[in-house]
Design a protein around this ligand. Structure first.
Ligand code: HAM
Length: 436
């Protein structure tokens, strides 16, 4: 019979052979962020639609075209989060976290939803790890935030990427810039697509990230925001660059980055893949959003953050052959022959698991031969067979499945033996690594 249905277009099932890698990425990201003072936040998958309309911005593609919005049974307009920043800001405001000692640093690992055209590295449900720092105006906050990303990328062995940096100024300098941008695009009005003509009136900056090649070619010669920075924004931007230089974090200036979300002010940046297979793919991005908290009803709180796409980062790690951890193996499979041996096996397995060991035994009622075949299939490192004789002597042979070597061990010291074996294997692996 054919399957009733399959996963929805743009979504991905993360199967066991990959899921542990997401766990690894998230754990490493959380640990790295913790060292920078970030604490984890868990947020609802859906929010009131106006949070994103106001926060992310009504003229952005995300809000206009990509949100999963629906009315719930009470007729409220609800949206599946397209990103994490607006929800994190809302939660911190709602629970008074911004009334306490600032800066307040929070981080999250969450699923996001955008109705985009699916392609390699672009999904309709995807995973982000993000950090948000509320209440930090100094350029050192921007530099620290980028340093956190660089540290995390180094911790997971991510290479072949560049940091692109720009400043899009404050509302003051933006006003002047928007005027000259509008003037420029008005001269090319007939060439621009219909959507960009609408953007011209509402927010001409959005034309700069239109995906149409015709609009992009017009946008390429448009005035650059960085040339319109007021003295304060200019000195902030210079200080960020100086601090990054001082920390030895390389970056390139890209005056074309404006970001597709409306909340950004001043520093914006993107982490771009330079791996031959993924060249140009944005692995992560972020920047300052000094006005967002006020927009959501709070007091003026200069803030900033970034998020990275976990699918894209994993893709980059895999294509770059980065050293990813192995899935934790089954250390020992205890096979049994006969009912009494099966009972003792369950007792032993239970005790070993209580010691924190990954141990398995037969739960499918298989013959001894089939049990051994299964142990081999799941890649058990050691096996042991328990029968009448082993129960009587309380001793059994522990077989190393890769070398075939067997050693007699006492069933009463089994946990100790297995732990010793794990340490020995780890030492041998380490030795082999250093000998390479
Ligand atoms: P964003 O640039 O929209 O920024 O998304 C951040 C990252 O999420 C992207 O660089 C990309 O790696 C990943 N991403 C975005 N869309 C998709 C997709 N459809 N499929 C797979 N991955 C995707 C934000 O979301 C901001 N909230 C970042 C931020 C945090 N700014 C300040 N704080």
């Amino acid at each position: 019979m054919p399957l009733l249905t399959k996963a929805v277009r743009g979504t991905r099932d993360v199967l066991p052979q990959e899921a542990y890698l997401y766990r690894y990425l998230e754990n490493t990201a959380l640990e790295t962020a913790r060292n920078f003072g970030y604490a984890e936040l868990r947020l609802p998958v859906f929010e009131h639609t106006e949070l994103f309309e106001r926060g992310v911005g009504g003229t952005t593609d995300v809000v206009q075209k990509e949100m999963y919005t629906f009315f719930d049974k009470s007729g409220r307009s609800i949206t599946l989060r397209p990103e994490g920043t607006a929800g994190a800001a809302r939660a911190c405001l709602e629970h008074g976290l911004l009334a306490e000692a600032l800066p307040r640093k929070v981080c999250y690992a969450l699923n996001c939803y955008r109705y985009e055209k699916p392609q390699a590295g672009r999904y309709r449900e995807f995973r982000q790890f993000g950090v948000e720092c509320f209440g930090a105006a100094a350029p050192s906050a921007d530099a620290e935030l980028i340093a956190l990303a660089a540290e995390l990328f180094s911790a997971i062995g991510l290479e072949h990427y560049r940091i692109e940096l720009n400043s899009i100024g404050c509302p003051g300098c933006r006003k002047v810039y928007l005027e000259s941008l509008r003037e420029y695009f008005q001269q090319h009005q007939d060439t621009l697509c219909g959507t960009c003509n609408e953007r011209l009136a509402k927010n001409p900056m959005r034309i700069l990230d239109c995906k149409s090649p015709v609009c992009a070619s017009v946008a390429a010669n448009a005035p650059k925001v960085v040339d319109y920075l007021c003295p304060d924004c200019q000195s902030h931007f210079s200080a960020v660059q100086r601090l990054l230089d001082a920390m030895g974090i390389p970056f390139t200036l890209n005056p074309l980055i404006v970001r597709g979300l409306d909340y950004y002010t001043r520093t914006v940046f993107e982490f771009i893949s330079e791996s031959p297979e993924l060249e140009g793919l944005t692995l992560g991005a972020g920047g300052r959003y000094d006005g967002l908290i006020e927009e959501l009803g709070g007091q003026y709180t200069p803030s900033l953050g970034w998020a990275m796409g976990l699918e894209r980062v994993l893709l980059q790690l895999k294509t770059g052959n980065a050293p990813l951890p192995e899935q934790e193996p089954c250390v020992l499979f205890i096979a049994s022959r006969g009912e009494d041996a099966a009972t003792v096996t369950m007792q032993l397995v239970n005790a070993l698991r209580a010691e924190g060991l990954h141990v398995q035994s037969d739960i499918a009622g298989r013959s001894l031969k089939a049990q051994m075949k299964f142990a081999d299939k799941i890649g058990a490192q050691y096996t042991m067979v328990l029968g009448e004789e082993e129960l009587q002597t309380r001793r059994a042979n522990l077989k190393n499945m890769s070398s075939g070597v067997e050693e007699a061990v006492s069933l009463d010291d089994l946990a100790e033996w297995v732990e010793q074996k794990i340490i020995q294997t780890m030492q041998e692996d380490l030795q082999a690594y250093f000998n390479e």
